[in-house]
Structure formats: structure tokens, C-alpha cells
Design a protein around this ligand. Structure first.
Ligand SMILES: NC(=O)c1ccc[n+]([C@@H]2O[C@H](COP(=O)([O-])OP(=O)(O)OC[C@H]3O[C@@H](n4cnc5c(N)ncnc54)[C@H](O)[C@@H]3O)[C@@H](O)[C@H]2O)c1
Ligand SMILES: O=c1ccn([C@@H]2O[C@H](COP(=O)(O)OP(=O)(O)O[C@H]3O[C@H](CO)[C@@H](O)[C@H](O)[C@H]3O)[C@@H](O)[C@H]2O)c(=O)[nH]1
Length: 421
């Protein structure tokens, strides 16, 4: 098949590279010429395990990138993978989806044969039907284009693996042919396929993220109570998660959820519900709990060592999770801001994300290793579940005092004077 992917960011690039791996000819259309050039040169603009190998194999062979929408006219399927960031009121900003739809429509004027436009971006229910389809149609002047909605469930840091081995593939369509064409593109991926309408597919994505975020905030709220009672919430959630109706995943308490998806998508669902006259009390609380969680760590530290002014605090982990250099909504951001506000000196370390965080906090110390960050520190906060932190032990002896607050349960060292959920 010939596939066009519009937007070559986390989702678009992984989608394009994986479809090339499945044997398709893929053109990525990306407005950022620098990103397109990097992709063509086989250099991934993002850090994602397995992606470099796929680019080395397919870039310039079955995978090409450019700024021109021309390849859309030659494609069987065009996947929209542009961003849907939060607007000021929390709703999803669909301006990039609208712009991509206009450009796809214009490109399809030249197209021959059947085309299917597939929305992969996370969009509120109704967007494919009410925004994408009419915009494409108005600009293509064609009535024979099919539309589908195929939400993406990949996790950053494990994106290639998740794309090629998903739990399920959701395909929403309003005509059978479009859905069948999307399903055919996934030939070679072994996963159950859920076929449904366009709006249901859009809602499946929001509901999935909202439920996962709810599990985390639930674990955090229970964890906060457990802490007061001296109970280990990880032991509790292990017992809870053994019930197959619950599942053991996404019950890790700590600093809360970050990233480009959970905070934005829960906020968008809240905004959608409010717009429909509903009271999304549960979802609002999911965000509330999450906003408070990182600052609890700063307060715990104050309770433990008193005034933070002039104290040196090591922050281990800046990325929003392990195996990524992405710091969008990273829990380290409010924590570092809180520490600086209280006059602390911050020594930060992350295996991949220091360069990104330097743009947010240019004035703090960035250490070359965890040991360097810990040397001479009065306390340490662990903000990211990087596996390399799990083997730290003697490094904590470099601190003035071994006071460690774990925002992620990752350390395995003995005798730390640790505080964790
Ligand atoms: N990042 C994730 O883990 C993830 C997972 C599942 C779903 N999603 C959803 O997928 C969508 C994309 O997310 P992302 O993280 O890949 O975003 P991103 O910002 O990394 O990538 C979007 C890309 O689209 C490009 N772009 C914007 N407008 C364009 C246009 N008109 N034509 C061509 N290119 C254009 C941008 O330059 C950028 O490179 C969002 O809706 C997001 O919610 C993201
Ligand atoms: O038990 C847990 C699990 C995760 N987290 C945190 O939650 C955030 C998100 O983690 P994760 O879901 O692994 O990363 P994302 O890459 O943001 O992936 C989520 O968001 C994507 C974008 O929509 C979806 O495609 C994925 O299915 C969904 O897991 C991170 O800050 C984690 O530290 C916890 O605090 N506790």
C-alpha cells in the first residue's frame, strides 16, 4: 500500500517507520523542514527505542519525508498525526487538524482512485465527522473520499514496540470500505481489531486515557492515606491489582502523571463534558490530585529538613517518564519551581532530558551523572522511574545526609533514609 502520514512527530514518525517495516511505501508530510531532512538522513529527531534501527533500514528506501503534500494524492491512505494541544480553556486545539485537512483536500484534487483519510491524532468525538470530512471535501471537491478514525495507544519510550504489538487496533469508520482499507494496512500486526463508528473510536481514546489517569490518581489518594497510617501503598496495590477486574497496571503511586497525553486528554474530556452541560466531578478530581502530588514531595522535604533556603537538593529524573527525553508536563517541573521558590539550590540529573530542561530552568546545576548530582546534597528527590536509578546505592553516601524522597518507587538500595509512597 502507499501511505501518507501527515505530521512527523512522536506518533507520525513511529507510525510511518512501522508501516514501512510492515512493507508499505510511506511518505511523511511534515511542515518542519528540519525534521523532514533529519528523517530522510535516517536521524530520528526524537529518542525512541528501536526507531533508529527502523530509520536506518527504511529511510530513503520505503520511507521518505518532505514538506510537500503531493504524496497524499498518490496514497491509498493518508493518516493525520498532527498535534492537538490544549487550548487555554483545556479544550483540544484543533487548528492543526483543520490545517492538515485543508491541505489534504487540496492535494486530493489531483488524486485519482479511492482515497481514505484516517485521523490518528487524539480528537474530541465528532471531529472526524464534523471538521475533517467537510474540510477535506470542501477543498478536494470530491465526494468519493472515505474517512476513518484510528486512535493511537502507543506509550513514549516504548512506541515502536507498542505500535507493532498493540493490545488492540481500534478502527472507526462510516463506510465499510474505509475501515477495511485501514485494517489491511495493519496486516502483519497480530492484535484484536475493534470496528466501530467514527465518534465511538474518538471516545475510546479519551476514555482509555482518562481511566488510566484515574487509576494513577486513585493510587495516589490511597497512597497519601497509607502514608499517614504507615502502610506501604505498593503492597496494598499489589493486593488490589491481583483482582483480574482491576489489573495490576497503572497503580503506582508517587509524583503523579505527566507527559503530553494524560493531563491534556483528561482536561479535554472535562471541557467536552462541561460543554455538554455535564458535571465531570470525578475527572476534575483526577487532575486536582495530580496537580497537588508533586508539591507534596516538596512539603515532605520541608517537614523533614526544615527551611530549604540555601539547601542543596539533588533532583534525579527530569523526563516525564523513563526512556524518553520528553519533559512535557514532567512532574520535575513544578518540583524544581517549588524548590527554587523556597531558595534551595538544585542539582539535576537525567540520562536524556537535561538539554530540554535547561530551556525551562537555565540557572540550575545540571550534573553529568547521578553521583555528581548527589555529591554534597542535603536531600534527593527522585522524579522519574529510570531503571539506572534502581542500582544506585553507594552514590547516596556522597550526600551530606542520606535523605531521599522517592516520587517513583524505583530505588532498591538498603538503608536509605527514604520516604516514599
Ligand atoms: N505522543 C504520544 O505518546 C501520543 C500517543 C498517542 C496519541 N497521541 C496523539 O497524537 C497526536 C500527535 O501527537 P505527537 O506527540 O506526535 O505530536 P508532535 O507535536 O510530536 O508531532 C506533531 C507533528 O505535526 C507537525 N505538523 C503540525 N501541523 C502540520 C501540518 N499542517 N502539516 C504537516 N505537519 C504538521 C508538527 O511539526 C509536528 O512535528 C496528538 O493528537 C496526540 O494527542 C500522542
Ligand atoms: O502506575 C503509574 C503509571 C504511570 N505513571 C505516570 O504516568 C505518566 C504517563 O505514563 P505512560 O502512560 O507510560 O506514558 P505516555 O507515553 O504518556 O502514554 C500514555 O499516553 C499516550 C498518549 O495518549 C497513550 O497512547 C498511552 O496509551 C498512555 O499510556 C508518566 O508520568 C508516568 O510516570 C504513574 O505515575 N503511575
Amino acid at each position: 500500500m502507499r501511505i501518507a502520514v501527515v505530521g512527523g512527530g512522536y506518533v507520525g514518525l513511529v507510525t510511518g517507520a512501522c508501516f514501512a517495516e510492515l512493507g508499505h511505501t510511506v511518505d511523511i508530510v511534515e511542515i518542519d523542514a528540519g525534521k523532514a531532512a533529519a528523517i530522510n538522513a535516517g536521524r530520528a529527531p526524537i529518542h525512541e527505542r528501536g526507531l533508529d534501527a527502523l530509520l536506518a533500514k527504511h529511510a530513503g528506501v520505503r520511507l521518505r519525508a518532505g514538506t510537500d503534500y503531493g504524496p497524499v494524492a498518490l496514497s491509498d491512505l493518508a493518516f493525520i498525526c498532527v498535534g492537538t494541544p490544549p487550548a487555554a480553556d483545556g479544550s483540544a486545539d484543533l487548528s492543526m487538524v483543520a490545517a492538515a485537512s485543508r491541505s489534504i483536500g487540496e492535494a486530493l484534487r489531483e488524486g485519482k482512485g479511492a482515497h481514505t483519510v484516517v485521523v490518528k491524532s487524539t480528537v474530541p468525538p465528532g471531529t472526524t465527522e464534523n471538521l475533517v470530512a467537510p474540510t477535506v471535501g470542501n477543498h478536494s471537491h470530491r465526494a468519493d473520499t472515505g474517512f476513518a478514525m484510528n486512535p493511537e495507544f502507543l506509550r513514549e519510550g516504548r512506541a515502536v514496540e507498542d505500535f507493532l504489538h498493540p493490545d488492540r487496533i481500534v478502527i472507526g469508520s462510516r463506510d465499510g470500505r474505509s475501515g477495511d482499507t485501514v485494517a489491511a494496512a495493519y496486516t502483519g500486526v497480530s492484535a484484536p481489531v475493534v470496528r466501530c463508528g467514527l465518534t465511538a473510536a474518538e471516545m475510546i481514546k479519551y476514555a482509555s486515557n482518562a481511566l488510566l489517569a484515574t487509576k494513577i490518581s486513585f493510587a495516589n489518594e490511597v497512597g497519601n492515606v497509607c502514608k499517614r497510617l504507615g502502610i506501604d501503598v505498593y503492597e496494598v496495590m499489589q493486593g488490589v491489582g491481583m483482582d483480574h477486574r482491576v489489573s495490576p497496571h497503572f497503580l503506582d503511586a508517587g509524583a503523579g502523571f505527566g507527559g503530553s497525553c494524560f493531563p491534556k486528554d483528561v482536561a479535554a474530556l472535562v471541557s467536552l463534558a462541561e460543554g455538554l452541560g455535564e458535571e465531570p466531578a470525578l475527572l476534575r478530581s483526577v487532575l486536582d490530585v495530580n496537580d497537588r502530588q508533586p508539591l507534596r514531595m516538596v512539603r515532605m522535604l520541608e517537614e523533614r529538613i526544615g527551611d530549604l533556603a540555601g539547601k542543596r537538593v539533588a533532583v534525579l529524573g527530569l523526563a516525564f517518564k523513563d526512556n524518553t527525553d520528553d519533559i512535557r508536563e514532567a512532574r520535575a517541573v513544578p518540583v524544581i519551581a517549588g524548590l527554587l521558590q523556597r531558595g534551595a539550590a538544585v542539582a539535576a540529573y537525567d540520562p536524556l532530558a537535561a538539554a530540554s530542561m535547561r530551556r525551562v530552568f537555565p540557572g540550575i546545576d545540571y550534573a553529568a551523572s547521578a553521583a555528581d548530582a548527589l555529591r554534597g546534597a542535603d536531600a534527593c528527590l527522585v522524579m522519574t522511574e529510570w531503571p539506572e536509578f534502581s542500582t544506585l546505592n553507594g552514590e547516596f553516601d556522597l550526600m551530606n545526609s542520606r535523605i531521599v524522597i522517592e516520587g517513583r518507587r524505583i530505588l532498591s538500595c538498603d538503608g536509605k533514609e527514604g520516604i516514599c509512597w
